[in-house]
Design a protein around this ligand. Structure first.
Ligand code: ADP
Ligand code: MG
Length: 218
């Protein structure tokens, strides 16, 4: 699917360059370009969605993952005029997780936050320990989410963006679920939204607890 898409998009861009300003066909070519871009994003998200199934758990410092993700998004962040506030707890415990997958989760949530703050704002990342889990919280000062919207956010293909795939949060929730974690959302104090990712520090403790539960049932 990708190769024909790239041809269609590429030729449409060529065509656009050949058309004079004010030519009525330009609008139509613009639509072709936008729609192929959209399909390409869909494709990318769908591929990521399918790839992420079996996490490979290794101990990792959650703060490093946040910082790595910010580095990966350097250019986007620079362009966005969004201020980053780091309120991560110092010296967090190492968490058993799949670093690639959790970075993907963070990137999706950070990107949504930037998209919710087209005129700039503040992105605050904080963390704390709750029982045997690390909770990462990501708050933005963007457009916010209405009560009715909140239930649909994690549904596949739900999007309010003209060029969105609606798969970002679906992938996030799938990944976090595979880590036996929880992802929730609440309206931020004031404008904006706050996402919480709760990740168990150890997968082994959970596996043991599950085994005991099964044994108990027998
Ligand atoms: P996409 O970003 O492609 O639209 P997502 O699954 O990432 O798909 O998000 C689904 C929808 O949830 C978005 O279209 C948007 O309406 C809403 N949303 C997600 N994050 C935020 C946020 N930080 N602030 C406001 N709305 C958000
Ligand atoms: Mg998204």
């Amino acid at each position: 699917i990708r190769n024909p898409l790239v041809s269609i998009g590429g030729f449409a861009r060529n065509l656009l360059r050949e058309l004079d300003e004010g030519e009525p066909a330009r609008e139509k070519v613009d639509v072709i370009i936008e729609e192929t871009d959209r399909l390409e994003r869909y494709l990318k998200d769908t591929l990521t969605y399918m790839r992420h199934n079996n996490p490979v758990f290794r101990p990792a410092n959650p703060n490093h993952l946040v910082h790595d993700t910010f580095l990966m998004m350097d250019a986007e962040l620079e362009q966005s005029h969004v201020r980053i506030v780091d309120e991560l707890m110092p010296n967090p415990p190492e968490v058993e997780l799949d670093a690639d997958q959790i970075r993907q989760v963070l990137m999706n949530i950070f990107r949504n936050a930037l998209e919710a703050m087209p005129h700039g704002g503040t992105l605050t990342v904080s963390s704390r320990l709750v029982g045997n889990s690390v909770v990462l919280s990501i708050a933005d000062t963007g457009v916010g989410i209405s009560e009715q919207e909140r239930d649909k956010l994690f549904t596949a293909f739900y999007t309010t963006k003209s060029s969105g795939s609606g798969l970002g949060l679906t992938i996030c929730s799938q990944i976090v679920h595979n880590h036996r974690g929880v992802i929730t959302v609440e309206n931020n104090d004031g404008p904006g939204t706050m996402f919480h990712i709760t990740l168990p520090v150890s997968q082994a403790v959970i596996r043991e607890a599950e085994h005991e539960e099964i044994a108990d049932r027998r």
